[in-house]
Design a binder for this molecule. Structure first.
Ligand code: HEM
Length: 224
């Protein structure tokens, strides 16, 4: 019984560590995607030139495959761990006591905010990546007018509202996930935990507000 419990804990710790690494990589993606999207503020040519440079690079397929693998690993392990934790409740309590992780609103809603982000991502890709294709010319080169696709999509207040709700869920998810990832990787010390929790919350607020500002700006732009 004790050795079974030991094997289970070891396996679940490894899964948590892989989740932590993939989660932090996804945080890196969120930062780079937000920086790229901020070119929308500069103007349509700047944003379309950036999007064209990304999509016309052959390495994009490799980058997309790696990104998809990171997403699927993170989501797959999240589902597996949630199901396993539900089945083995006493073990869950043991781990919580051991690591001193008290339940917060963000930590106890991780599976729900995670699922909402997954739904968001599917709808997001359908609307933008595989959404309406408009073309434009920049310096005589024909490129996809993704700026128009994005701005037109956000002319609907319902689409803007959906993004605001999804980005609040993303912020809540990241506010716990970012801190929790460091804990799972062993960066835990009473001296630094408080600071790390604060950095995690600040990071989540910047990401959520950064992504919320874009749809609102596009809506106010009025299809121009
Ligand atoms: C207002 C917020 C956002 C805007 C305006 C935006 C815009 C875009 C656009 C225009 C594309 C298509 C790029 C292309 O086809 O080359 C795209 C792709 C993508 N977006 Fe977003 N995005 C936003 C938020 C997010 C968030 C919060 C996530 C993650 C949860 C996300 C994840 C992705 C992914 C994974 C792709 C596919 C990347 C690829 O295949 O290269 N986006 N986004």
């Amino acid at each position: 019984m004790a050795s079974k419990l030991c094997t289970y804990l070891k396996a679940s710790v490894v899964k948590k560590q892989v989740m932590a690494v993939t989660g932090l990589l996804l945080c890196g993606f969120l930062v780079s995607h937000l920086i790229g999207n901020c070119l929308i503020y500069v103007g349509s040519d700047a944003f379309n030139t950036y999007a064209h440079a990304l999509t016309s690079n052959k390495l994009i397929y490799v980058a997309e495959a790696i990104l998809a693998a990171i997403f699927f690993t993170h989501i797959g392990l999240a589902i597996k761990l949630t199901v396993e934790n539900k089945k083995a409740r006493p073990v869950q309590y043991y781990m919580k006591q051991k690591t001193g992780r008290g339940a917060t609103f963000a930590s106890s809603t991780m599976p729900y905010t995670g699922m909402l982000i997954l739904v968001f991502l599917i709808i997001h890709l359908i609307n933008f990546k595989f959404g309406p294709v408009y073309m434009t010319q920049i310096d005589g080169i024909e490129v996809r007018d993704l700026h128009k696709t994005v701005v037109l999509y956000f002319q609907s207040p319902l689409n803007v509202l959906w993004y605001v709700i999804a980005m609040i869920a993303l912020g809540i998810h990241v506010s716990h996930g970012f801190w929790s990832a460091f804990q799972s990787l062993g960066f835990s010390h009473p001296k630094y935990n408080c600071g790390l929790k604060l950095i995690s919350k600040l990071f989540a607020v910047v990401i959520a507000l950064g992504y919320i500002a874009l749809p609102i700006y596009c809506y106010l732009l009025g299809g121009k």
